[in-house]
Design a protein around this ligand. Structure first.
Ligand SMILES: [Mg+2]
Length: 264
């Protein structure tokens, strides 16, 4: 694993936090529906929300409704389907969709192709299509060839490779764009962005965060544009817990100093 510099001290109250979900906040499971976020991680997110006046968002390849279910009862600003769906702090949802005729054509074409590859899974996200091959990794080349051919035939699409998945998403949709969009409005605007992600799809986010003078953190192995690395999901959770503990210790100390100075 390439050594990147350790994470610096984080001025939490001046930062905006962006998290990928699968492989970052949550352990990857054989099937996407088995993934869960433990209550302790939810509690940490809630605490971050309080300390940043709400500048915490999820930026994921999953649709918004799945993200909501994963962190329920917490409700956060979220970018779903790599930013094709975007829900801001006021709860307004913006969507970039594929033309209906193209969507229907792709659904037919891709499901026919994947039915020839037992164990693969086609996920129709409405604004994007994910071709999963986690159960049958020997189909990787065939899936990637199919995805490349489809993109070549339809210039409205781009290929987004990921961990055991190839996604076809609308042109102009990326996690980098999604983070930039959040950063243009309150409560994110003017803060230092931090982005945590684990996959190829997160690289666009790392680049944007680097350009904005923020802090980019890759979870796990692999080449990356991120400035820092945490070894795995557990290491991120531990880092987050320690960060929040430091904040509350500092707060208690400053409150007790204040009450001492009042008494003096
Ligand atoms: Mg991920």
């Amino acid at each position: 694993m390439t050594n990147l510099s350790p994470l610096p001290q984080i001025p939490v109250g001046e930062c905006a936090f962006f998290f990928d979900v699968d492989g970052t906040l949550a352990e990857i499971k054989p099937r996407p529906e088995e993934v869960c976020i433990p209550p302790s991680v939810n509690a940490a997110l809630q605490e971050l929300v309080q300390q940043t006046q709400g500048a915490v968002a999820l930026v994921s390849g999953r649709p918004v409704e799945e993200l909501d279910a994963l962190i329920s009862p917490l409700i956060l600003p979220v970018a779903g389907i790599h930013g094709a769906e975007h829900r801001d702090i006021r709860g307004e949802v913006h969507r970039i969709t594929l033309p209906h005729a193209l969507s229907a054509l792709l659904a037919d074409k891709l499901s026919a192709a994947l039915s020839e590859m037992p164990g693969t899974l086609l996920e129709d996200k409405g604004s994007a299509f994910a071709l999963h091959y986690r159960q049958v990794p020997h189909y990787e080349n065939t899936i990637l060839t199919l995805a490349r051919q489809t993109v070549a035939e339809h210039p409205e699409l781009v290929l987004q490779p990921g961990k055991c998945v190839a996604e076809l998403k609308p042109v102009g949709v990326s996690k980098g764009e999604a983070i930039m969009r959040f950063m243009q409005a309150a409560p994110f605007q003017g803060r230092q962005p931090l982005f945590f992600g684990d996959d190829v799809t997160d690289e666009a986010g790392f680049k944007v965060v680097n350009q904005q003078g923020g802090i980019s953190v890759k979870i796990g192995e692999g080449p990356t544009a991120a400035q820092h690395r945490l070894q795995n999901v557990g290491a991120l959770r531990h880092w987050l817990k320690t960060l929040l503990l430091q904040q509350s210790t500092t707060r208690v100390r400053s409150e007790s100093d204040e009450s001492l100075s009042r008494r003096i």
